[in-house]
Each structure stands twice: as structure tokens, then as C-alpha cells.
Design a protein around this ligand. Structure first.
Ligand SMILES: [Zn+2]
Length: 68
């Protein structure tokens, strides 16, 4: 488990990864109900909702600045 960098909610990384298993057709988008993720600055970040991911995408520094 990790935490959403935007709102601090716990995110089930295993569930998100399970959803993002690659398919032969190359489908990349996953069902967002269990969370989603974004690749940023060399690492994956996990979010509980699409809204959180969108907020992070717009202002990543705002959400990363407070993390050590
Ligand atoms: Zn969140």
C-alpha cells in the first residue's frame, strides 16, 4: 500500500498493477475504480482517483514538495 500524493488516501498498488497488465492489443488505460497511476520524474505515482491524478499532472511540484 502507498498513499495518494494529492489527498493522502491509501492506494492499493497491487490492484492497480493487476489492472495494468499488458494485453496483446496494447490497451494501456485501466479501470479507474480501484485507482490509477502516473509516471513522473522517473517513477510511478499512484492515485486513488482520476481527479487526483489530474491535479497531480497539472501541478506535480505542489504535491511533491512536502514529501521526503
Ligand atoms: Zn487522492
Amino acid at each position: 500500500m502507498t498513499k495518494c500524493p494529492v489527498c493522502g488516501a491509501e492506494v492499493d498498488v497491487a490492484a492497480i498493477k493487476a489492472q495494468t497488465g499488458t494485453t496483446g492489443g496494447g490497451a494501456r488505460e485501466m479501470d479507474p475504480r480501484a485507482g490509477t497511476r502516473q509516471f513522473h520524474d522517473g517513477q510511478w505515482f499512484y492515485f486513488d482517483t482520476i481527479e487526483c491524478r489530474n491535479n497531480f499532472t497539472m501541478q506535480p511540484d505542489r504535491y511533491l514538495s512536502g514529501q521526503g
